[in-house]
Design a protein around this ligand. Structure first.
Ligand code: SF4
Ligand code: SF4
Length: 1009
């Protein structure tokens, strides 16, 4: 056969349909040739390792000659002789997954070594490590093939695993030979997927045994968490009606990779706390308001949970391989008693109502925290039939609409739901109640980016994929913490750097991405415009612009150049805190790059200047000609799994599906025709934040809330509390009793992602099919059916038979989705726009010839730097930024019910630079009281050198220390996105037992109210 130069014998054999066995190799890794299982006879004195030996002209290879097979059999036998007896195997390894045992079967060897004692001594060299909640390590089963090392380093870029020891005692090591659970491992599970023996294996979750694949059903789907949209396969135990384990699946974007959420965070759907029956608020639970004491704001939900076992001590303990103690602490009875989790975790809120697995359940009442206290809230509702509940919803919304007009109704849809559900939801609000008051959490993540992108290039979607970074000479990652929020995308950024892409990271926090950057610029919070104006000043001064691109494909360049003239690097340095020399260096690298791409996150968008920030990024690309070619472009990393799709579907108040302007009479007429309706709202609707404001004033009086939890996710939640209490009627459709559901008149039990079919559009514009994995619990119903039932009850003649039928309507209505269908999406989905139905994967790079603006040009919009709305003062001297953790998602309703995710990240913490903390008298782990002009919370201090001095970071997932009690509800005037990334706070030591004030509103006389 003929192969390209450099092709290895192993790869050539594969092409010829000949499998050569390997243990240390996988086509995704660079070959190392250490296991010698792939040896072949090339006619030389010694056998050659096929995985590393390149083919040569005229080479004759015997892949399965008797001598070769004998060599492999002996090698297999030798490796087997060191394997631990199966009885010692704590790992639920299956023979189907264990490649060494499969080889043993092939060579007719017993997979079980019979001996009295383990072959290797325990002790410091080898042994079992169960310190990670979901991954087991059996060093005795390790054959030192280094697949896990390369998976961790080369694929995920986490650089956790190496080797330690010498000779017979050599073993893989996590960091400095720490137990896995105490190391910097992020539990992505890539090493487990790579391991060819039983050395690294998944532990069962919720006691569902991990059985051979042949005994499980495989369902191809997509991860339900972030916008990266990784393809995965759920392995389902049908007898138990449960997922046994998940694994990454090859797809052009995610390439089989997953992060901890995708691989281990799916068991929330099996929580006993799922809503299973419609609920109607009892008559004696009016007047309306929150129901649990902490959500009412009457008692503290202090998020401070004493950790009596400091981190350093835990490391030491674990290093001593006290496996049983560690196991108990993680999984069993130690959870409730050992002080690790203390009073914040145990008790009725979480467990008294049946949630929890094994050792988590606690009989004692705990101080509230973590999740809604079902025992306190549920008695305020009575069970109802679906007919009764839906009749009530339709009647009350219709009455309020009749009395108050279209402006009295609003709907919040969900970026967690499918495209079909988002489409039907907005159609219901628009055609049923004749209002454009329909929005979703895009308002809280990338609304300003979308505004700037539409204004600048006529499209809110990304111009290229995250994987295209591999073609870039330089990439700017800014206002983003991708290792936590888009972990699999970040693995491509890290991989690109190893292949030569220069990574420039710009962020106020030195997040992990900074460790992988060539240039890191730790700007002061809220100074992005000044930074990029400074860079553009220098790019222009050095003549590094793309003059042809500017002349042919942009407008308004002169105004931009005039504005950035006022931002010489020295001035930019003064504002941003980044050295002028570094700003110049960034300009040189960016200007000289043949292809440059910018990825950004909510650190750019969640500011009152969010639109200006994004305008600068668009200009950065446009003046250097970095759009429309491979390795170049603009990519706002989208947050939720379907926030791109929900926006595409028109789940936003200013656009109909496919971003057709809601206040354009021609557009309105078209949709009136398509939807066979009259009286569509001629005006743009209210956004999320405006709807809350309107409800406070009695404007919006009735709301339909599907899968949103604004009580925790929106800024200044004391205001949200008042708004939700003021609503005349609220229907909440969700899978759990959320904080927002406490304000509901009717609660409808919905299906989780895992229980339905539908399409989802990821950050790359990849439309993928999510497939039903499990049956819904109790009477929970499919969301699209519930929306349709309400539509029918208010007089709309809907008769959709399935999500497929809804998708066909979407494709017919939306040119961007043309040529997509349930039949051609396959197992990997397709990028839109998709030029033809048979096209392999849709369009990666957009805008190669023109932009989607009216004149086809990129419109450059200059921006002047403006400070944030609430600057630090003597009373509130510290800048607070909020965001996400790797292990948690949004308001935590899913991730805090996932065993793995909650076990790894169980409590709220305020991240503070150690020097700042020391000045404030706060030890690592000590309780801190954080106060803004809007409220106070109490939570543990976390020393973090990643924070800038004078700043702190609080994740917003934890209701017991709700960060949004502190945040400000000032918004960007154009994108209408709140300033989650900047408000002023005060931090003081608090007593461990301190309870007052965490959920309490600030005193009315407080400054600035
Ligand atoms: S789970 Fe992921 S981060 Fe942890 S050691 Fe394995 S590959 Fe590395
Ligand atoms: S990177 Fe995002 S989509 Fe991929 S597994 Fe993680 S959470 Fe899921």
């Amino acid at each position: 056969m003929t192969v390209p130069e450099g092709t290895t014998i192993w790869a050539a054999a594969r092409q010829a349909g000949i499998e050569i066995p390997v243990l240390c190799h996988d086509e995704r890794y660079d070959p190392v040739g250490v296991c010698r299982m792939c040896v072949v006879d090339v006619g030389a004195r010694a056998y050659a390792a096929a995985c590393v030996r390149p083919c040569e002209d005229g080479m004759e290879v015997k892949t399965a000659a008797p001598g070769v097979e004998r060599s492999r059999a002996v090698l297999t036998e030798l490796l087997l002789s060191d394997q631990p007896p199966a009885s010692q195997d704590p790992k639920q390894t299956t023979t189907a997954d264990n490649e060494l045992l499969a080889l043993a079967g092939h060579f007719g060897l017993s997979g079980e070594v019979q001996r009295e004692e383990p072959a290797l001594p325990g002790g410091s060299g080898r042994g079992v490590d169960l310190s990670n909640p979901v991954i087991a390590v059996n060093h005795d089963a390790c054959i030192l093939c280094d697949r896990c090392v390369r998976a961790c380093d080369d694929i995920q870029g986490n650089d956790v695993i190496g080797r330690s020891g010498k000779g017979y005692g050599t073993r893989i090591a996590f960091d400095l030979n720490d137990p896995m659970g105490a190391s910097t491992c992020v539990t992505c599970g890539e090493c487990v997927a790579a391991c060819p023996t039983g050395a690294l294996t998944n532990k069962p979750i919720r006691n569902i045994p991990i059985r051979p694949r042949t005994e499980l059903d495989q369902v191809d789907s997509v991860c339900p968490y972030c916008g990266v949209g990784c393809a995965l396969t759920y392995n389902v135990d049908r007898k138990r009606g449960a997922i046994a384990f998940a694994e990454g699946r090859d797809q052009p974007g995610s390439k089989s990779r997953l992060c901890v959420k995708g691989r281990y965070g799916w068991d929330y759907a099996a929580s006993p706390q799922r809503l299973t029956v419609p609920l109607i608020r009892r008559d004696d639970s009016y007047p309306k308001g929150a129901l649990s004491a902490d959500v009412r704001g009457e008692m503290n939900r202090g998020g401070y949970v004493e950790d009596t076992q400091p981190r350093a001590e835990r490391r030491q303990l674990s290093a001593g391989h006290d496996v049983n103690a560690d196991r108990a602490g993680r999984n069993g009875n130690g959870r409730n008693g050992n002080g690790r989790n203390g009073n914040g975790r145990n008790g009725n809120g979480r467990n008294g109502n049946g949630d929890g697995d094994g050792g988590r359940s606690g009989k004692r009442r705990r101080k509230p925290g973590g999740l809604v206290d079902y025992a306190e809230v549920l008695p305020h509702f009575r069970e109802a039939t679906w007919d009764e509940a839906l009749d009530l919803v339709a009647r009350r919304l219709t009455e309020i609409h009749a009395a108050g007009g279209p402006g009295a109704i609003a709907g919040f849809g969900s970026a967690k739901c499918s495209n079909e559900e988002a489409y039907l939801f907005q159609k219901l609000i628009r055609t049923g109640f004749h209002t454009n008051n329909v929005d979703h959490c895009t308002r809280l993540c990338h609304a300003s980016s979308v505004f700037a992108l539409f204004e600048g290039i006529g499209s809110g979607a990304v111009s290229t994929t995250y994987g295209d970074v591999l073609n870039a000479d330089a990439a700017i990652v800014t206002g983003s913490n991708p290792t936590a929020n888009h972990p699999v995308a970040s693995s491509f950024f890290k991989q690109a750097r190893r292949r030569g892409t220069t990574i420039i990271y710009v962020d106020p926090r030195a997040d992990k991405m900074a460790d992988h950057a060539d240039i890191f610029c730790q700007i002061k919070p809220g100074t992005d415009v000044a930074f990029y104006n400074g860079v553009m000043h220098e790019v222009i001064r050095l003549g590094l612009t793309d003059r042809e691109f500017i002349a042919d494909r942009t407008s308004n360049y002169e105004a931009l150049a005039e504005t950035v003239k006022n931002y010489p690097p020295e001035r930019a340095a003064q504002i941003t805190g980044v050295d002028a020399a570094v700003i110049r260096q960034v300009a040189r690298v960016w200007g000289a790059a043949g292809a440059g791409v910018i990825f950004w996150g909510m650190g750019i968008s969640q500011h009152t200047t969010g639109t200006d920030n994004a305008r600068c990024l668009i200009a950065m690309c446009a003046i250097t000609g970095n759009i429309g070619r491979p390795g170049s472009g603009l990519h706002p990393l989208r947050g939720q799994n379907n926030v791109q799709g929900a926006s595409d579907m028109g789940l936003i108040p200013m656009y109909y599906p496919d971003y057709k302007k809601a206040d354009d009479p021609e557009v309105r007429a078209r949709f009136e025709r398509i939807w066979e309706t009259g009286d569509l709202d001629p005006n743009k609707g209210l956004t999320v934040t405006e709807i809350i404001g309107s409800a406070l004033k009695g404007g919006v009086r009735g709301m339909y809330m599907m899968g949103e939890n604004p009580f925790l996710s929106d800024p200044n939640i004391n205001k949200v509390r008042k708004a939700l209490s003021a609503l005349e009627f609220l229907v909440v459709q969700d899978i759990f009793l959320t904080e927002t559901a406490e304000f509901a008149d009717v609660i409808l039990p919905a299906t989780s992602y895992l229980e339905k079919d539908g399409t989802y559009t990821n950050t790359d514009r990849r439309v993928q099919l999510g497939r039903k994995v499990l049956d819904p619990p109790g009477q929970a119903r499919l969301d699209w059916e519930v929306i349709q039932d309400i539509a029918v009850r208010i007089g709309l003649g809907w008769d959709y038979a399935s999500p497929r039928e809804v998708f066909e309507e979407i494709v017919a209505v939306m040119p961007n989705y043309a040529n997509l269908s349930y039949d051609n999406l396959g197992s990997t989905g397709k990028l839109y726009p998709n030029p033809d139905p048979e096209h392999t994967d849709g369009t990666v790079v957009m805008f190669g010839e023109k932009f989607k603006t009216d004149d086809g040009l990129a419109h450059l919009v200059p921006a002047e730097w403006m400070p944030a709305k609430e600057l630090p003062s003597d009373e509130y001297p510290i800048v607070l930024s909020t965001g996400r953790l790797l292990q948690h998602w949004h308001t935590g309703s899913m991730t805090r019910r996932s065993y793995a995710l909650d076990a790894i990240s169980p409590r709220p913490e305020v991240y503070l630079h150690p020097d700042d903390a020391a000045e404030l008298g706060l030890a690592d782990g000590a309780p801190a009281r954080v106060t803004s002009r809007r409220g106070t919370i109490v939570l543990a201090t976390r020393y973090s050198y990643r924070e800038g001095r004078g700043s702190c970071f609080i994740p917003f997932h934890f209701r017991e220390a709700a960060a949004n009690l502190l945040t400000i509800d000032e918004i960007d005037p154009l994108g209408k996105i709140p300033e989650f990334k900047f408000c002023a706070v005060r931090i003081e030591p608090a007593a461990g037992s301190e309870l007052a004030g965490s959920a309490r509103e600030a005193a009315p006389q407080a400054e600035g109210r």
